[in-house]
Design a binder for this molecule. Sequence first.
Ligand SMILES: [Fe+2]
Length: 419
Amino acid sequence: MKANLKNIALRWTILVIVFLLIEIYAFQAFKTVFKNKWILKIYIVFNALVICNLLYRFLVINNSSLNFSDVFYNYLSIPFAFVITLFGFKLIISSFLLFEDFTRVLISSFNFLFSTTESNNFLIGRRGFISKISILFAALPIPFVLHGIFRGRYNYRVVNYELEFDDLPEEFDGYKLTHISDIHSGSLQKKNKVEYAVDLINKQNSDLVLFTGDFVNNKANELNEWKKIFSTIQSRDGKFSVLGNHDYGDYVSWNFEEDKKKNFSNLLKIQAEMGFKLLLNENIKISSKSQSISLVGVENWGKGGFKKKGDIDKACQGLTENDFKIVMSHDPSHWDKILKKHNTRFHLTLSGHTHGMQFGIEIPGLIKWSPVKWAYKYWAGMYNERSQYLNVNRGFGVLGFPGRVGVWPEISVITLKKV
Ligand SMILES: [Fe+2]
């Protein structure tokens, strides 16, 4: 017990020292670059405001009956993002100065041995230069992060695809699907922006609207506020959905198992009320005159520790080799690990889940990069292997970081063509 306490105390001491060092280094850099006392005062007040804002909101939640996980996005996510951004800013500055101090020790030791006054002057001048560079470098990402929080997350993009198939039933030549994913209702904030996005979905005038999971972050009641808006999504032949890993209520604690079950059945009920037909390891035929295509919806199946309730064989029951198949599966690793190697040909699979990490650089035809590519081979956009397509939608909402930088919220519109 004693050893455990000692361990905790030691960890906290190290953490406090590291935080203090970062604060001191950042302040020193400001002091070196800005001689004006007012700028330093503004720097201190700004820091205090950002931190106090977060603490104040924590206190409000603690002194109310609000549940932390229910209100995180409304009360804390942006103040929290500000604190993290500010910390990142100071961390970059400190890294520069720490490295400079390290080289300074090396050079000073050399000078001590072969004493030259010129090199000491050089070191003093260099401190000012490094401080300037570090502040400049650390400030560079800030406009992008702020844009991501206040604009980027609402920068809805319609991404169009035209896919050709030789075995598409003729009646479906020109058939249009709108694919959306990862709404994460608990993170949505501005009603007018969500209404704008729904309007954009409706303007696509699609035959089908297909939603590939994560309607909520944790709880079905996140949808109460948004249910009415999502009910207005229109499509000629219906709206269909599957579940994502967040839809099972697995990431929050429940007092009783019964509460978790109730939450789940409530989510199914709300989806039905919004007009979404949820496909749980099952398929449905979409008919046009005498022809049809099959829509196959599986529950979540994800590599690693993610839920593996998706059962493609069960979902395909009753289908034949000749059926034209569109699969909805939340996690693209399902396609990578199982679907694309399956002995059945799945013409088109629709996924989401990655959100493109809500961060990356994408310039069509030039560069497509996000750190999420290290975790997911198929992380955004359309892929084609073994005559089968996979579309990984970049998502509608956000999770964790309350913004998007470089990877924008997406509405995919896929037109099927017969060749
Ligand atoms: Fe998601």
